[in-house]
Design a protein around this ligand. Structure first.
Ligand code: FES
Length: 111
């Protein structure tokens, strides 16, 4: 196992092995949620956040999912100032990147 460290200024999405996660900031904490919708795999990282950020509307079938339920599948992380740390197996590949959430984009603009 190894500790992976990522800078929050450069990261809001993380691919760990075959699974993608996205960062969600709540009032009191930062969580790393699985990007795959539990219904049929829709990309939750592009979903609209509603109910003051407590729920996400999946862009595929527009189901509203509670963040507290999605958080049960979150990756255990530690946030220290601008650093995000989590433990992964040695052999697993990690890729990080940052995109602006779709709901902040203007029509025709790329993330
Ligand atoms: S895939 Fe998310 S609601 Fe269907």
């Amino acid at each position: 196992m190894k500790v992976f460290v990522s800078n929050l200024n450069e990261t809001n999405q993380i691919r760990i092995g075959e699974k993608t996660y996205f960062l969600k900031h709540t009032n009191c904490r930062t969580i790393l949620l699985p990007a795959e919708c539990p219904h049929r795999g829709g990309p939750l990282q592009y979903g609209e956040q509603v109910d003051n950020g407590d729920s996400i509307i999946c862009p595929w079938h527009e189901n509203k999912l509670k963040v507290c339920n999605l958080a049960k599948q979150s990756l255990c992380i530690v946030r220290v100032k601008n650093e995000l740390k989590f433990v992964i197996p040695e052999e697993v590949q990690v890729t990080t990147w940052k995109e602006r959430p779709c709901h902040q984009l203007q029509q025709g603009e790329k993330a």
